[in-house]
Design a binder for this molecule. Structure first.
Ligand SMILES: Cc1cc2nc3c(=O)[nH]c(=O)nc-3n(C[C@H](O)[C@H](O)[C@H](O)COP(=O)(O)OP(=O)(O)OC[C@H]3O[C@@H](n4cnc5c(N)ncnc54)[C@H](O)[C@@H]3O)c2cc1C
Length: 441
């Protein structure tokens, strides 16, 4: 087969490319997806007991008008809208998120420590700019907030040394109010849930997050070949070889496969400096555990963050609150989706993680001890690529790789194709794929 444009991956980025390519009639193009499923990390599954699960807590929100239009067309009246209500579980309490905007909800001693830290930040005056994320946290938010939430939580989430991470990615990801604002909010004791771009979000009524991408893909289904894993890309001959031995030739290639894997395993004869650069791309991995309970737990929580190392998960989503159809018996069951990171600083045992997760849910008060008897489903998924780490060396690694790929008419886009956490959401990935395709037309 001879194609003008080949796309690897039917996740949001590949589908963004497809969405754009489907709006022209001249180029011959195909999307090849290694699995039998649409949506990549944004896909969903229905387990053997009928519970729907995502790959960790996904919520749909965007500042891109095009992405919002695509979502609206795909979901129509099936787009449920939620106001975020999320918490941090610490000191035996549920503190409204972001903690730095709600420190008055902490126990008095912890609140005092946070305030003292903030006052010290205010009074410190100019000091040298921190060298890494690990130092940035107390430097910007004070020792108290660092100790009570930010440092333990981020260590758990990234499962990588914070000293090897930059902090260039924090805009829209971490609330950084001025110290005076935090102190004033603490005086007023006003609960503030409203920070951040996902304060309001959408979720599909049926099919989980993946339901959105299945709808989008339906618009150009004949252009998608599932179960086609690309195993070799010959940049000189411009051919792709698939796991079954079949081959296609292409004029331009858009890849959304993890960039380190693409360079190390898929490129034929990669140059040594490109290989060295790819070794500088770091990521963590993870496990997602879904626990379905035969009891309807009535509350309006969306998700809870867990800095505490006594429980394995860093975040738990009240998934049945996103859509009643995420459980087989709406109104009679509750589902919890729990995310666990693994990486160089944190290992987990997949064979015991479900039990540890249930224990953690009981310990942190999300379920009752006797809910153990009401467990209707216990589901688990290993996720080899969870978060691209915004490391200190990331951009130095990306530079030569991107230059090499450009020279060979290859765009690598999306969460792990682009390897930029700060633009690693569904909407960013969709738009990156869309724009890569537009640039080729
Ligand atoms: C825990 C978690 C929570 C998240 N929460 C949110 C959220 O709330 N909101 C949000 O907007 N985003 C969220 N995201 C990000 C979202 O999942 C990603 O932005 C999105 O899925 C990235 O799309 P992508 O197409 O770049 O990559 P992927 O989704 O990874 O898709 C890549 C596709 O390429 C395929 N592929 C890989 N290699 C090959 C190959 N060799 N040949 C053929 N096909 C191949 C894969 O099978 C996959 O289907 C979250 C991610 C995680 C992990």
């Amino acid at each position: 087969m001879k194609l003008d444009i080949a796309v690897l991956g039917a996740g949001p980025a590949g589908l963004g490319a497809g969405y754009r390519l489907a709006r022209q009639s001249r180029a011959h193009w195909m999307i090849f997806e290694s699995t039998g499923r649409i949506g990549g990390l944004s896909s969903s599954r229905v387990d053997a007991k009928g519970f729907t699960w995502d790959i960790g807590g996904h919520v749909i929100f965007s500042g891109y008008p095009l992405f919002n239009k695509v979502v609206e067309r795909a979901l129509g009246a099936d787009a449920l809208t939620h106001t975020r209500e999320s918490y941090i579980r610490t000191a035996g309490r549920f503190i409204p998120f972001p903690l730095q905007n709600n420190i008055h909800s902490l126990p008095p001693r912890a609140m005092r420590e946070c305030l003292e830290g903030l006052i010290a930040v205010e009074q410190r005056g100019d000091t040298a700019i921190p060298a890494h994320f690990g130092d940035w946290i107390p430097w910007r938010l004070g020792d108290g907030i660092s100790r009570h939430f930010m440092t333990p939580y981020n260590s758990k989430l990234w499962a990588s040394p914070l000293e090897e991470m930059g902090y260039y990615w924090i805009e829209n990801r971490i609330s950084v109010p001025a110290s005076s604002e935090i102190i004033n909010a603490a005086k007023k004791k006003a609960v503030n849930h409203s920070w951040g771009p996902n304060a309001t979000f959408h979720f599909p009524r049926r099919g989980g997050t993946g339901g959105l991408f299945i709808q989008i893909a339906a618009g150009f289904a004949p252009h998608i070949s599932l179960r086609h894993e690309a195993v070799r890309v010959d940049v000189k001959r411009k051919t792709i070889t698939f796991h079954n031995g079949s081959k296609v030739s292409y004029g331009s290639l858009i890849t959304t496969a993890p960039l380190d894997h693409f360079v190390k395993k898929m490129l034929n004869a990669p140059e040594p400096d490109i290989l060295r650069a790819a070794a500088g791309l770091k990521h963590n991995s993870g496990l997602v555990v879904g626990i379905g309970i035969n009891r309807f737990i009535k509350n309006s929580r969306c998700w809870v963050y867990f800095p505490d190392t006594a429980v394995p998960f860093y975040r738990v989503t009240y998934f049945s609150n996103y859509s009643p159809f995420n459980v087989p018996r709406p109104g009679a069951q509750t589902s919890f989706m729990c995310e666990i990171s693994t990486g160089i600083t944190q290992k987990r045992n997949a064979s015991t993680i479900v039990k540890e997760t249930v224990d953690g849910l009981v310990k942190s008060g999300l379920i009752r001890p006797n809910d153990r008897r009401r467990i209707a489903s216990a589901w688990m998924l290993k996720v080899p690529y969870l978060y691209p780490i915004p490391s200190l060396r990331r951009d130095a690694a990306l530079g030569p790789i991107e230059q090499f790929l450009r020279q060979h008419n290859i765009s690598s886009v999306g969460r792990f194709g682009g390897w930029r956490y700060e633009t690693g959401n569904m909407d960013h990935s969709f738009i990156a794929g869309h724009d890569a395709a537009a640039a080729l037309l």
